[in-house]
Design a protein around this ligand. Sequence first.
Ligand code: AHR
Length: 508
Amino acid sequence: MTHARIRIDPTDVVGDLSPRVFGTFVEHMGRCVYGGIHDPQHPSADADGFRGDVLALVRELGATVVRYPGGNFVSGFRWEDSVGPRDERPVRLDAAWHSIETNQVGLHEFAGWAERAGLEVMMAVNLGTRGAAEAAQLLEYCNHPGGTALSDQRRANGAADPFGFRLWCLGNEMDGDWQIGHKTAHEYGRLAAETARLMRFVDPTVELVAAGSSSADQPTFGEWEREVVRLTAGLVDHVSLHAYYEEKPGDLASFLASGVGLDRYIETVAAILDEEEAALGERMQGRRLGISVDEWNVWYLDRFNEQDKEPLLTGAWNVAPRIIEDEYAVADAVVVGSLLNSLVRHADRVTMANQAQLVNVIAPIRTEPDADAWRQTIFWPFAVTAARARGAALRVAAECPTVPTDAYGDVPVVDVAATTAGDRVEVFCVNRDPENPVEVTLAGAHGALRGAHDAVVLTVPEGHDRFVTNTRDAQPVGLRELDVRVEDGEVRLTLPALSWAALGVVPA
Ligand code: AHR
């Protein structure tokens, strides 16, 4: 059997892991909001129309931050439409997703829901069809205590206290030619800088995220980051990257190595930021830019682009049409686990991350109007990692054989990340071999390991193949206990083929 050895050294720290790495994303897109978090007709709905069963699963998922309201949607959005009496709000075309936006869930309703869900709101402003003035007005509406027209309008609309949103995204995917108001790096960098300057005048406590590349495959990747960093120097705190992965026909091996792809993407962006920051010197005003991975997930984007996009964009205009409701199988959950591992091991640079999205739209939680909400396969690695990865991220790697991949060359068969807080080390492992189990030994760098606890694994359930998904009627993919033994001061376990696992160990 294949063997992997993992050395655990609680003193070999990468950096403190920000809880914001376990963020999520709610966009006014498809059935994420309408028919997702919100459905007044559902038996579990509260007085505001938000589904109670979804809220319970959101809490269980354990996300910390929620990016809102888009996504591509935000680049055509007028925030003023989403406040005030609901029956007076305008119905608009959402040109980004060829949908009808009713504005029945708006800023106040969402802020209240996010608070009940325990989520910090990360607002995105429209830099597609709008500019610095409208962004600053939204900020004043949200965060200014009162005594001005906009802040008093908020108070009149029911929020006496400011929302106090600290995190703000300066536009979305402005490098993409699909984006409403798509720009060159120079055009975007200038607009982002002026918007940031004005927003900081209105509220100096804000943290601002400049839009980086929407994929490492963008033709402008690299040059985009350099130009944007130069133009926004000293004005922004984070630069975003977006990363989606999918299994291409006949290439499961590359898909299972997606975490290596994300590692390289993050490291490339970090190197660019370091170089530009060094060159900019004092113009950075002492800021070290963080990386905000504010959209990441498994997304079957080729299928969307080749089959679903054209009918959507040329069909009837509907409220909350079904868009990219990907159903996730076991390999998708394993890949999500390894993408989380990648985020954790870059804790020194990744300051935030948002799995896209939360409900129905490429999401861990699914709904139907006449059923209870359910957990997709990808729910599990997120929920467990978010609950357990705490404190400092550790430098860990598996000594193990490699597997060849077309996309990334030879990659280790076992992927691992670890964190420590208190006297326990939390370990997260992936077996990328779809056919064979791997025997794993965990050894302490400074003496015997004293215990192993709460080991769980997600793999192909008995009686199913790897394509099994969780549906409204049956959810066979979940966690089961994983057998671990402590022998001679080492922890031993067997990772099943195609699996993701988590456990806690107690070092000497
Ligand atoms: O998450 C789905 C879409 O993916 C978002 O609207 C956009 O920002 C990205 O291209």
